[in-house]
Design a protein. Structure first.
Length: 115
């Protein structure tokens, strides 16, 4: 079974509210939704963002949109007004999420669909 990074099968967009980061993860094809749902858990996202020490990670499932919303608390170094980081809004952090890999069923890989 092939392993692929999320950026090959999904897109993401990040936003902030204070010291809270929201990342929307949207599957490029509805066929990928169940695979992503099973493998990209809140715990796995917390592990990926461990260096930023989130105090909590919650995943909200949006099955009709084939998407998820991840909410990570306390990862923006105090938020846009307090952070000395270059990306106080956390916009680039969606790319960190898109590095997570998932194991695909052979019939659902892009190559098998002729994409």
């Amino acid at each position: 079974m092939p392993t692929v990074p999320l950026h090959e099968i999904a897109t993401a967009r990040a936003g902030d509210k204070g010291n809270r980061l929201n990342i929307a993860l949207v599957c490029r094809d509805p066929a990928y939704y169940e695979t992503v749902a099973a493998q990209v858990t809140a715990d796995r996202v917390a592990e990926k963002f461990a260096a930023r020490r989130p105090s909590r990670v919650v995943r909200y499932d949006l099955p009709k949109l084939f998407a998820f919303n991840f909410v990570l608390d306390d990862v923006l170094e105090g938020g846009v007004n307090a952070s000395l980081g270059l990306d106080g809004h956390g916009k680039s952090l969606s790319f960190l999420l898109l590095e997570i890999t998932v194991t695909m069923q052979q019939s659902r890989t892009r190559g098998a669909q002729g994409a």
